[in-house]
Structures are given as structure tokens and as C-alpha cells.
Design a binder for this molecule. Sequence first.
Ligand code: HEC
Length: 94
Amino acid sequence: MKKMIMIMALLMVSISTYAGGKEYFATNCASCHGATAQGQGMFPKLAGKDAKFITAELVKFKAKTRKMPFPVPVKDTITDEQAKEVAEFIATLK
Ligand code: HEC
């Protein structure tokens, strides 16, 4: 019984991590990059890109070593954890 609870707790943690990135993307990124990160016009397609690459770019945007040509408020407040989660979510898109 204890084992079952442990497994369920672990499952819930992994599911909520996943939903975190998904939700973060929907609220903060989808308006420009598209709901499924396909990109549009000048907004680059992110779907199918490597999670490590996306995380690295997000870190650069935050550190201002790479500029986003648009005011994306969240780029200054995104935490390392959120960057990783959102990158992992984007990497699951095709
Ligand atoms: C206001 C519109 C806008 C929003 C919102 C936005 N982006 Fe972008 N993003 C852009 C534009 C425009 C570029 C292209 C910048 C460039 O070429 O330097 C870009 C570039 C990127 C790149 C680099 C892609 C590449 O191939 O080099 C990544 C990664 C990225 N965005 C991730 C995100 C994530 C994750 C979010 C949500 C936290 C987000 N963006 C929110 C407009 C936006």
C-alpha cells in the first residue's frame, strides 16, 4: 500500500511538471510562436527544437546577451526551472 502511494505521488509530480511547461507556454509564448509552436511570419518555429537549445536561448534572452526584438515581459522573470520546463514541453511538439 505504501508503495502504491509512493508511485502515485511520483506520477503526480511528473505530470504536474509537464503541465507546468505546457501552461507556461500557452500563457507566455503561444501568442507569438503559435499554440503548437509552429511559428508565424517573423516568429520562429520552436517545435521540434532541442530542449537544451531552447533553454540556452532563454537564458541568453534573460541575460540580455541575445535580444528579443519585441518586449516579452516574461523573459526577465522566467526562472531556470520554468525555462527548463517550457523547453521540455516545446521539445515534445512536432
Ligand atoms: C512578443 C512576441 C514573442 C513572445 C511572447 C515570445 N517570443 Fe520567442 N521570439 C520572438 C521573436 C520575434 C523571435 C526571433 C528573435 C530573433 O530572431 O532574434 C523569438 C525567438 C525565440 C527563440 C529563439 C529561436 C531560434 O531559433 O533561435 C526562442 C527559443 C524563443 N523565442 C522562445 C520563446 C519562449 C519559450 C517564449 C515564452 C516564454 C517566447 N519565446 C515568447 C517573439 C516572441
